[in-house]
Design a protein around this ligand. Structure first.
Ligand code: GLU
Length: 274
């Protein structure tokens, strides 16, 4: 490189640095340019990527939260946030927040903060349409169960059925495929997620939910620990339930799967997990 070119390159590099410094890349609070939001890409009704189209309850909640922070939907960068990677994505600044069927737990709160809860789901079972599994009982003896590593679902099924034959994948869609083709017997996770798969065209008539729910999953909006956006987001969530926009989102996104949310547990009270 010639001397002049070197100088130009150096000036360009300084310029890029200056731009990124005032661009509020990973900035927490203040005026917002854009947000990197982690969602699921393969959970119909909750977080689903289809080409450049993103749909689902979590996507709509994320847009409302962004709007409350002064960020329009076109300034959101959607990032895939599989369950086993969520804490790491937040800790490394690869995302600013996560809205991805992300249950608030004490263990996770050691590493990240949560706004919300904005919704309460419950763990259940998804089985083949002609399966004789009736729920969390003897009918599960000897069955092959699937869930996702690092999820509350995998932990809970191990606690409930010590010695369960559990396969742990990275995503629930991998489990759903295996249950639909009969390689595995059961997918266990939140009823919201299971209802979404059961209603998918590819699986219609092939999968069904079995038994009652056996956990309470309080969905939070994951944030870097100590984030100063947390309380503001709690206000947004509270308002969403008060003004009916949350009900509308649930109806629009989970309605097609005929999912009925638990009216005793919803709406939850947002706050206390920042
Ligand atoms: N809500 C549960 C969890 O956060 C299960 C669903 C998921 O993995 O996203 O672990």
């Amino acid at each position: 490189m010639s001397k002049t070119n070197l100088r130009i390159a150096a000036i360009a590099a300084i310029g890029a640095l200056a731009l990124s410094a005032c661009g509020n890349g990973g900035g927490d609070g203040g005026s917002e340019d854009g947000l990197k939001i982690g969602i699921k890409f393969d959970q119909p009704g909750l977080g689903l990527k289809d080409g450049n189209n993103y749909t689902g309850m979590d996507v709509e909640v994320a847009k409302k939260v962004a709007e409350g922070l002064g960020v329009s939907a076109d300034k959101i960068t959607w990032v895939q946030a599989p369950s086993p990677q969520r804490e790491q994505l937040l800790k490394t600044g690869q995302v600013d927040m996560i809205v991805a069927t992300y249950s608030i737990t004490d263990k996770r709160k050691e590493e990240v903060s949560f706004a919300g809860p904005y919704f309460v789901a419950g763990q259940s079972l998804l089985v083949g349409a002609d399966s004789d599994i009736t729920g969390l009982d003897d009918s599960l003896d000897g069955k092959l169960v699937c869930s996702v590593a690092g999820s509350t679902s995998a932990q809970k099924i191990k606690d409930e059925i010590p010695g369960v034959e559990l396969q742990e994948y990275n995503t629930y869609s991998e489990c759903a495929t295996q249950v639909a083709n009969g390689t595995l017997d059961v997918l266990t996770t939140d009823d919201t997620i299971l209802a979404g798969y059961a209603a998918q065209d590819a699986y219609k008539g092939k999968l069904k939910l079995a038994g009652d729910t056996f956990s309470e999953e309080l969905y939070g909006i994951g944030l870097p620990k100590g984030s100063d956006r947390c309380e503001k987001i709690n206000e947004v969530v509270t308002k969403m339930w008060e003004d009916g926009s949350m009900e509308k989102i649930i109806g629009d996104t989970l309605g097609p799967a005929e999912f009925q949310y638990n009216q005793e547990l919803n709406p939850p009270t947002a706050g206390g997990n920042c």
